[in-house]
Design a protein around this ligand. Structure first.
Ligand SMILES: CC(C)(COP(=O)([O-])OP(=O)([O-])OC[C@H]1O[C@@H](n2cnc3c(N)ncnc32)[C@H](O)[C@@H]1OP(=O)([O-])[O-])[C@@H](O)C(=O)NCCC(=O)NCCSC(=O)C[C@@](C)(O)CC(=O)[O-]
Length: 351
């Protein structure tokens, strides 16, 4: 039985292509093409931020052993980039006070990167001592968010980050970077894309191999995301050095990711079960759920590596059960309710 027949049998109304075929429409193949698929990257690298971004805002302390097993489960589900924790002030982010214990206990697999967040040299040195091979620094496009988040101006933060990138180079540690509030700021409102470009260029010039552009409070839409990306690209930052990091506060994260992909972005941050949110960004909900991203990309036949969606969904459900909350992944909820339909997207890919 072909995938389309399988779909037709189980859910005829979900499969317009086979329905049209059965009605004698021979040109149905053409509508199976995504109208902008030629502009989308063929491969996407997913950066899973659940263990760090996902847990940092949780009020009840997650046991160190549970954090470690979450990282292992995500890697076992096939993810190849898993952000593990943050070496920040334990007074500011008590949930991640066990960062050294977590990172040093991770059973590392070859071919997997395990970046950790560091705000300054203190954090970098602690991360290095715990075995970090990749760190992520994090700046903001707005002054007020920078002050609230890391207690310094944008310029001061760039000076601190330059010290980190210099040290990282000396130790052979890779450095990724974030820019927060790329579309809107909880304290300053709409953000000028040129401000995002300024910070992105500064981070690129100090040696960050990749800069992840964060819609921290999930106010973006496909148009504002693309406008922001164009501003960054027009200033000469190569698209291969950019990633996108969308919070799903208003339900636009997946659409925003697709918009970013249509201009060539091929690295996407997401969080298992849609966990997450910055403690210093009031109103910020969780990230785009990794399960939902994987469902869409696998369904579109975009290569994301060997990710097992069922295992990933199970991981999301387990951590949510531990935290005593519902998963924000729509795919996870849907496949739980109707396992027969869970493979629709994957079947459609081969039509
Ligand atoms: C950045 C600092 C450390 C500045 O820290 P500071 O400027 O020194 O001042 P502070 O009052 O904020 O903290 C001072 C205390 O932190 C200590 N300290 C100083 N540095 C470190 C360090 N690295 N590790 C551990 N301790 C450190 C320092 O020694 C001192 O200790 P105390 O005297 O109080 O005992 C602090 O403000 C901080 O930790 N802020 C938390 C930032 C954070 O984790 N935010 C959430 C992550 S960002 C995010 O979620 C957005 C992102 C990346 O996901 C993308 C997006 O969505 O946009």
């Amino acid at each position: 039985m072909s995938p389309s027949d399988h779909l037709a049998e189980h859910s005829p109304d979900l499969n317009p292509i086979s329905t049209l075929r059965s009605q004698g429409h021979t040109r149905s193949i053409s509508i199976s093409r995504c109208p902008f698929s030629h502009r989308l990257p063929k491969c996407v690298r997913i950066v899973e931020v659940g263990p760090r971004d996902g847990l940092q805002n949780e009020s009840h302390f997650v046991e160190t052993s549970r954090k470690i097993s979450l990282v292992h489960e995500l890697v076992d589900a096939g993810l190849r980039n898993v952000e593990v924790t943050a070496f920040v002030s334990p007074r500011r982010v008590p949930q991640l006070a066990d960062s050294s214990a977590v990172l040093s206990a991770i059973r590392k697999k070859t071919g997997v990167s395990y970046p950790v967040l560091v705000p300054n040299l203190i954090g970098f040195n602690a991360a290095l001592a715990a075995g970090a091979e990749e760190v992520a620094i994090f700046a903001s496009a707005t002054e007020q968010f920078s002050q609230k988040n890391i207690n310094c101006s944008i310029q001061q933060s760039l000076d601190r980050f330059r010290a980190v990138t210099t040290a990282a180079r000396a130790y052979g540690v890779k450095v990724r970077a974030y820019v927060s509030c790329v579309v809107g700021c909880p304290y300053e409102g709409p953000v000028n894309p040129e401000a995002v470009a300024d910070v992105t260029i500064a981070l690129k010039e100090m040696g960050c191999y990749e800069i992840s552009l964060g819609d921290t409070i999930g106010v973006g839409n496909p148009k504002s995301i693309v406008q922001m990306l164009h501003a960054v690209l027009q200033r000469g930052v190569p698209v291969s050095a950019l990633a996108i990091h969308c919070h799903d506060t208003r339900g636009t994260a997946l659409a925003n990711v697709l918009a970013a992909m249509s201009v060539g972005v091929s690295v996407i941050d997401s969080s298992v079960a849609g966990l997450g949110g910055c403690p210093f960004a009031p109103g910020a909900a969780g990230n785009l759920a990794t399960e939902d991203l994987v469902y869409m990309l696998q369904g579109m036949n975009i290569d994301i590596g060997p990710v097992d969606l069922d295992r990933l969904s199970a991981t999301g459900r387990r951590i949510c059960a531990y935290l005593g909350r519902e998963s924000s992944s729509r795919v996870s909820a849907a496949s739980h309710n109707n396992s027969k339909l869970s493979s629709c997207s994957r079947s459609a890919a081969s039509l």
